[in-house]
Design a protein around this ligand. Structure first.
Ligand SMILES: Cc1ncc(COP(=O)(O)O)c(C=O)c1O
Length: 399
């Protein structure tokens, strides 16, 4: 299909870079190719530019430049946050290491929500296989983390609580301020995966009260393969990529200055457009949902409806059909939509997020994630709704 005729409704999986971002990257790639760690005039210029980029990214988040660690994206930021907060070997309840040596009790437990992105969940699973104690907090039927249940899982051994700002499949915004409060009340640190939320809602780490926060450039008009981890000044992390002293010693490797420039500019542009770009998109999303409910009634379920949500995501279960079949039809008709989570290519099991919300296996399977960009028009949204209804009726008849 010619690219132009495709109406892209899968922004939660990743959108195009903004043209200005691409230009800034090009300019940086040629102007600042020198290694900022070297000792000559071009390296000093590159180092100065690198420091400026940290300051600009920090200014957008309202934090100190030393609290910004540039990474290769959301996954690396999440993994650095989780693993970096568990620097020791796990202990058993008697305070003994696995080899039986007793040492002072330490914080080496992890609490995560059951609807985290796989970047967090699979890292947590791996830590559990290595012997760390990992506990999972459930969500209610709207897809919001149950803070009282979470509270019960946090104890004097908890090193880190990790709960996302907004879910990538449903767009449901989590009670992160309360999670921060509960974690800190018991002396644990709080990591927030804000990969989907940045640029769509106000997002300042100090206002959230988190100690660590992950971003991914490809989600808000920046280059893919770029991201950052905010790390509160007093928080000590165990570096996962070791070698050189880059990124305050937390992430070795020659800096990707051109990627950092693109990421930083994208952050500034996304933040500047935040309050104007999304209310219109939310209206188009709401109109789509209203049409589906009016015309299909109880045969559709809007997952997370009623909870605070990001303005651009709608997760719909089309009951009695396969979401994949509907997605293929829509693709042929010129709409690119997501099937649950695009971060799990080839996965056939229904979404862990929808299952955690209590959806049956079948209902979770008929699910489509629409995630709009700032360029979506009312007419495109209305036509999408019409196509969904017509395709659904056809597929349901065949089912
Ligand atoms: C909530 C969330 N966290 C982490 C990631 C991983 O980010 P990246 O693809 O930049 O590694 C994604 C990707 O979709 C995401 O949605």
């Amino acid at each position: 299909m010619p690219e132009k005729s495709c109406i892209y409704c899968d922004y939660a999986a990743g959108g195009p870079p903004r043209p200005e971002v691409f230009e800034a990257m090009r300019a940086h790639a040629f102007a600042h190719f020198a290694n900022p760690g070297a000792h000559h005039p071009l390296a000093y210029l590159a180092r100065h530019e690198m420091e400026r980029l940290h300051s600009r990214a920090a200014a957008v988040l309202g934090v100190d430049p030393r609290e910004v660690i540039f990474t290769s994206g959301g996954t690396e930021s999440d993994v650095l946050a989780l693993r970096g907060m568990l620097p020791y070997r796990p202990q058993n309840r008697e305070g003994r290491d696995f080899d039986g040596i007793r040492s002072p009790a330490r914080r080496d437990e992890l609490v995560v929500s059951s609807i985290e992105h796989h970047a967090v969940l699979l890292c947590a699973e791996k830590l559990a296989r290595e012997g760390f104690c990992v506990r999972y907090a459930g969500v209610n039927s709207l897809g919001m983390v149950d803070v009282d249940q979470l509270d019960l899982l946090i104890n004097e051994r908890t090193a880190l609580v990790s709960v996302m700002f907004a879910n990538n499949e449903t767009g449901v915004i989590q009670p992160v301020n309360e999670v921060a409060r509960r974690a800190h009340a018991k002396g644990a640190k709080f990591h927030c995966d804000a990969v989907q939320a940045f640029g769509k809602v106000e997002l300042k780490p100090r206002e959230i009260g988190c100690d660590l926060l992950s971003l991914s450039g490809g989600k808000f008009g920046g280059p893919k393969g770029t991201g950052l981890l905010y790390n509160e000044m007093t928080n000590r992390l165990d570096a996962q990529i070791v070698g050189g002293p880059q990124e305050w010693g937390y992430r070795a490797g020659t800096e990707n200055l051109s990627g950092q420039a693109g990421l930083t500019l994208a952050m500034e542009l996304a933040e500047a457009a935040r309050t104007t770009a999304w209310p219109r998109v939310a209206r188009i999303r709401d109109a789509l949902e209203a049409t589906l409910k009016a015309r299909l009634g109880a045969r559709v379920r809007i997952n997370g409806e009623g909870a605070p949500r990001l303005p651009n995501i709608s997760n719909v279960s089309f009951l009695g059909i396969e979401g994949q079949a509907l997605g293929i039809e829509l693709g042929e008709q010129g709409y690119c939509v997501g099937l649950g989570s695009a971060c799990a290519p080839g996965e056939t099991d229904p979404s862990h997020v929808l299952r955690a919300m209590g959806l049956s296996w079948e209902d979770a399977q008929g699910c489509i994630r629409f995630s709009f960009g700032p360029d979506i028009t009312e007419a495109q949204g209305a036509r999408l709704a019409d196509l969904c209804v017509a395709n659904y009726l056809k597929l349901a008849e065949l089912a």
